[in-house]
Write a protein that binds this ligand. Structure first.
Ligand SMILES: Cc1ncc(COP(=O)(O)O)c(C=O)c1O
Length: 383
C-alpha cells in the first residue's frame, strides 16, 4: 500500500456512528442529510427513465440536456457562465476529487480553510499533495471568523490550490463578497487555483437566494473551479450527482479524468436531476425556510443551556456547539451515543481546530426530534 494511503485517518464521524447504527433508541444527527425522501416527481422521472430502458453508458461530461439546464440554473443565480464550462459529476465528493486530480501533483501545496468536512483535505493527501491549514476561529459568541490578512499572507506563489468550503461544514461560516474579492485578486497575483466547495450555497438563511459565490465575481479565464451537488438542496444524497463549473478550456481534460474514474454518471439519475432543476423554483425556498425553522428551534433550545456555546449559523445544515471544558470531542460523542442515545459528530473529525466542539445536523422533517435530542443532552449534562 502507498504510504499516503496507509497514513490516511479514517472518518471519526463514522467511528461514532458505527457505535450506534442499528440501535433504534438512538436519535442520530451525525450525518449531513435530511431524513426527508427525494420529491416524488424527481423519483418518478428516474423510474420512468429506467422503465424506458436507459440503462447504458453515457457521455463522459453528462447528458447535454442536463448540462444545458445547469447552465440556465447557474445563469439565474450568478449570470451566464458561457459555453463549455459545466460538467456533471458523480456527486460533490467526486467533483472535488476530479478537481484535485486535475491540479495537484505530488508535493504540491494545497491550503485548506478549516475546520472543514474531512474529505476535502484527505483527497489531495491521497494524491501526494502537501496540505496546509488556514484556521477559522470562534468569537466569544461561538460564531466562526476568518482572519483574512492571515489567510492572504499564507497564500504564496508556492500555493497550488486554495480549497475553501463556504457556507462551511461544520461551522456555517460563510465568505463575504469583500473577502471573496480580496482572495480572488490575491490568487490572481500568486497564480493559485481556487477550488470553491459551494455545495451549501442554497442552504442560506439570508434574504438572498443563495450565499455569495465566487462565480459572481470571477471571469471564465480565472483559475477557479466551483463544486456543486444535488445532495443537499434537492434532497438527493443517495443519488450521487453533482456538477463542476470550470474555467474555459478544461472540459476535455476533465472528460478524460471522468472516463478513468467513473466514465459517466448514471442516466436515470440525471433524468431525476433534470426534474429536480425544473421544479427548483418552487422546491428550494420552502425547504430552506423549513431548515431555517429547524435551525432556530435547535439554537433557541441550546443557547440558554449553561456551559453551552452556540451561534446561529448563517448557512449550511449544522449547529456547531462547544461544551465548556470539553477537550475530547470524540470520547464525548461516543459517550453521548452509548449512554444517552444521542448521535452527534465530534468536532475533531473536522480537524484540530474543531476539538472540543460537536456538530449537530438540524435538517429534520420533524423539529420535535431536535427538541428530544436537546432533552437528552440536558440529561447528559445533568441540567
Ligand atoms: C462541504 C461538503 N462538500 C461536499 C460534500 C459532498 O456531498 P455529495 O458527495 O453528497 O455531493 C459534502 C457532503 O456532506 C460536504 O459537506
Amino acid at each position: 500500500m502507498r504510504q499516503a494511503i496507509a497514513r490516511l485517518p479514517g472518518s471519526m464521524i463514522r467511528e461514532v456512528a458505527n457505535a450506534g447504527l442499528g440501535r433504534s433508541d438512538v436519535l442520530a444527527f451525525w450525518f449531513g442529510e435530511s431524513d426527508e425522501v427525494t420529491a416524488t416527481p424527481v423519483r418518478e422521472a428516474a423510474a420512468a427513465s429506467l422503465m424506458r430502458g436507459e440503462t447504458f453508458y453515457s457521455h463522459n461530461l453528462g447528458l447535454a440536456e442536463l448540462r444545458a439546464a445547469l447552465r440556465d440554473y447557474t445563469a439565474a443565480l450568478h449570470g451566464d457562465p458561457g459555453d463549455d464550462r459545466i460538467v456533471v459529476t458523480s456527486a460533490g465528493v467526486n467533483g472535488l476529487m476530479l478537481a484535485m486530480q486535475l491540479l495537484v501533483d505530488p508535493g504540491d501545496e494545497v491550503l485548506v480553510v478549516a475546520p472543514v468536512w474531512p474529505n476535502l483535505p484527505s483527497q489531495p493527501l491521497i494524491l501526494g499533495g502537501v496540505v496546509k491549514r488556514a484556521a477559522l476561529r470562534p468569537d466569544a459568541q461561538g460564531a466562526w471568523r476568518l482572519d483574512l490578512q492571515a489567510l492572504l499572507a499564507s497564500i504564496t506563489p508556492a500555493t497550488r490550490v486554495l480549497l475553501v468550503n463556504a457556507p462551511n461544514n461544520p461551522t456555517g461560516w460563510t465568505l463575504t463578497r469583500a473577502e471573496q474579492q480580496a482572495i480572488l485578486e490575491h490568487c490572481r497575483r500568486t497564480g493559485t487555483w481556487i477550488v470553491a466547495d459551494e455545495v451549501y450555497e442554497r442552504v442560506w438563511f439570508g434574504p438572498e437566494a443563495c450565499a455569495p459565490s465566487f462565480l459572481d465575481i470571477a471571469d471564465a479565464a480565472d483559475r477557479l473551479i466551483v463544486v456543486h451537488s444535488f445532495s443537499k438542496s434537492f434532497l438527493m444524497t443517495g443519488w450521487r450527482l453533482g456538477w463542476l463549473v470550470l474555467p474555459r478550456g478544461h472540459l476535455d481534460a476533465i472528460g478524460t479524468l471522468i472516463e478513468f474514474n467513473t466514465s459517466c454518471a448514471p442516466v436515470f439519475a440525471q433524468r431525476g436531476a433534470l426534474a429536480a432543476l425544473a421544479s427548483a423554483g418552487e422546491s428550494v425556498a420552502p425547504l430552506v425556510a423549513h431548515w431555517r425553522a429547524c435551525r432556530d428551534t435547535l439554537c433557541d433550545a441550546l443557547a440558554p443551556l449553561p456551559g453551552v456555546l452556540v451561534a446561529r449559523p448563517p448557512g449550511g445544515l449544522y449547529a456547531f456547539l462547544q461544551l465548556e471544558g470539553g477537550t475530547d470531542s470524540l470520547g464525548l460523542a461516543k459517550r453521548l451515543v452509548n449512554e444517552h442515545g444521542l448521535g452527534l459528530a465530534p468536532g475533531v473529525a473536522f480537524g484540530p481546530e474543531g476539538e472540543g466542539w460537536l456538530r449537530w445536523c438540524f435538517a429534520s422533517r420533524d423539529a420535535g426530534r431536535l427538541l428530544d435530542g436537546v432533552a437528552r443532552l440536558r440529561h447528559a449534562l445533568g441540567l
